[in-house]
Design a protein around this ligand. Structure first.
Ligand code: C2O
Ligand code: CU
Ligand code: CU
Length: 528
């Protein structure tokens, strides 16, 4: 049996050499926009590393994605996905990228509960895409998963009836086998649902001033400044990780904030890295919301882990006027090892791209309007996690087979070149197979098991509550409605199935390490 020890020590043992060094500064590639995944991937796979280095990135201002409010456009929004070139730091050359209505990432969409919005997604990319509304509770045929292909030149225009609590959701590309590539290239954006509750609670809501969207990612760059994407076995196994930390498409930028209470909407849009966030001066902050909306009461914290796909909203008090940095701790398996999370192992030298670093520099600008500095005592009422009668229990095992030469046990060696196989409950993802069929309107307990490393588990079209994490009750900031949870070893979640899904249009559930999802750690359900 392949162990966590082998996994940590092992990328080199899988026939891949030279991957242990940091790569931002040492890359191949002469990229230009408009190439498909394979062209770029093949070029990078040649591994003709160049010893020259990119200059250290300069710190520029935090880009704020434009806000598209459906109420200001008669309920119609338009997103155009296209190839472009994007500058990640003021002193960097531009890099080939994808974006919605821009060079990288997309606008923030603001939708109001009780309204119906039509979002036209136009594909001007050189490849097929889909647009998934992560966290939105809509029927599966509108969900934008792998079954909602938008071919180049086509436009997909779902009509979405918004009926869920105020929350920070997001949208991203989700084509099967290419989600990791397209999101890495830039196809992601924030999606905010409003129902008036934040306003009633007096929470900061001046977009881009004291209510700030932060899309957290990590990237590698070649010596020419191109985004470095590859799908080698190592990236498949640990997930693609970069040594440059980006926020809204800028490397460790600077954010001006008013001298008061500021709401930060945190989204982990990275392919694989968990961010372990804290402020450089150790200040505490309050978590007020997670994936599905507000939690019961603000949860005071000094450190917060956010896994790929997850969202948290936090309130931070900047009234002392001090400069402070938002930093992340090391996310390597080795550091987890040192933290005593896993069994004993000697740290390998590799994987520099999980290192700690600064994500964002905050500078207080006294000329910016201050909304207040009162943290509410209570937020909303959230039912107990075990409030509903449960129909069924199911087990979901998130599996990786890095030692099997590319196949699952019993399979012959896979020759597609797609790297190590992954599975759920012993089966690879199959777009034509339905894995589960819960009853519409029912509530089920799913037991999630993570093999070899922590996996962020995500379900489409449903929200859940966490009953237990590795045998313990969830901490306060995770005791709310979720759609994504980082499962270290084992978790129990209670899921409500309120949205219809059919054989032609099922919902996905999968690991949100995008490279694992693309390697088929994904499955489908319908409702009956
Ligand atoms: Cu964030 Cu299947 O998606
Ligand atoms: Cu999703
Ligand atoms: Cu995973």
């Amino acid at each position: 049996m392949f162990t966590r020890r082998d996994l940590i020590a092992g990328a080199g043992a899988m026939g891949v050499s030279g991957l242990a060094r940091p790569v931002s500064a040492h890359g191949a590639g002469h990229g230009s926009a408009g190439h498909g995944r394979h062209a770029l991937a093949e070029r990078f796979d040649q591994e003709d590393f160049d010893p020259a280095v990119l200059a250290a990135p300069e710190t520029g201002p935090l880009p704020i994605p434009p806000l598209l409010d459906a109420r200001q456009s008669a309920g119609k929004l338009h997103l155009t996905a296209a190839a472009s070139r994007h500058r990640f730091a003021p002193n960097f050359p531009t890099s080939a990228s994808y974006g919605y209505n821009g060079s990288f990432l997309g606008p923030t969409l603001r939708l109001t509960r009780g309204e119906t919005v039509e979002i036209a997604v136009e594909n001007r990319l050189p490849e097929m895409t889909t647009a998934h509304w992560h966290g939105l509770l809509v029927p599966a045929w509108l969900d934008g998963g792998p079954h909602n292909a938008i071919e180049p030149g086509e436009t997909w225009s779902p009509q979405l009836a918004i009926d869920q609590a105020e929350s920070t959701c997001w949208y991203h590309a989700h084509p099967h086998h290419a989600t990791g590539w397209q999101v890495y290239m830039g196809l992601a954006g924030m999606l905010l649902i409003e129902d008036g509750s934040g306003e009633r609670l007096g929470l900061p809501r001046n977009y881009g001033v004291d209510d700030i969207p932060l899309i957290l990612q990590d990237r590698m760059f070649t010596v020419e400044g191109e985004q470095f994407f590859r799908a080698f076995p190592r990236e498949r196994i640990l997930g693609l990780r970069g040594d440059m930390l980006t926020v809204n498409g800028a490397i460790s930028p600077q954010c001006s904030v008013p001298a008061g209470l500021v709401r930060l909407r945190l989204l982990n849009g990275a392919n694989a890295r968990n961010f372990h966030l804290y402020f450089s001066d150790g200040r505490s902050f309050h978590v007020i919301a997670t994936d599905g909306g507000y939690i019961r009461a603000p949860a005071p914290m000094t450190g917060l882990t956010i896994a790929p796909g997850e969202r948290f909203e936090i309130l931070v008090d900047f009234s002392d006027g001090a400069e402070v940095q938002l930093r992340t701790r090391d996310d390597s398996l080795e550091s987890r090892e040192r933290l005593g999370r896993l069994s004993t192992v000697s740290p390998s030298s590799g994987n520099q791209s999980n290192q700690a670093g600064t994500m964002l520099h905050f500078r207080v600008d006294p000329s910016l309007p201050v909304a207040g500095n009162r943290v509410p005592e209570r937020l909303v009422s959230v039912p107990r996690a075990d409030a509903d009668p449960v129909f069924t229990r199911r087990s979901v095992s998130l599996e990786m087979w890095p030692g099997q030469g590319g196949g699952l046990p019993g399979e012959s060696r896979v020759t597609t070149g797609s790297g190590p196989a992954m599975s759920i409950n012993g089966r690879r993802f199959d777009m034509d197979r339905i894995d589960f069929a819960p009853t519409l309107g029912s509530v089920e307990i799913w037991e999630i098991h993570s093999a070899l490393m922590p996996h962020p588990f995500h379900v489409h079209g449903a929200h859940f509550r966490i009953l237990s994490l590795d045998g313990r009750r969830p901490p306060a900031h995770l005791d709310g409605w979720k759609d994504t949870v980082l499962v270290e070893e084992h978790a129990e979640v209670v899921i409500r199935f309120d949205q219809p899904a059919t054989r032609a249009y099922p919902f996905m559930f999968h690991c949100h390490i995008l490279d694992h999802e693309d390697a088929e750690m994904m499955a489908q359900f319908i409702t009956v």
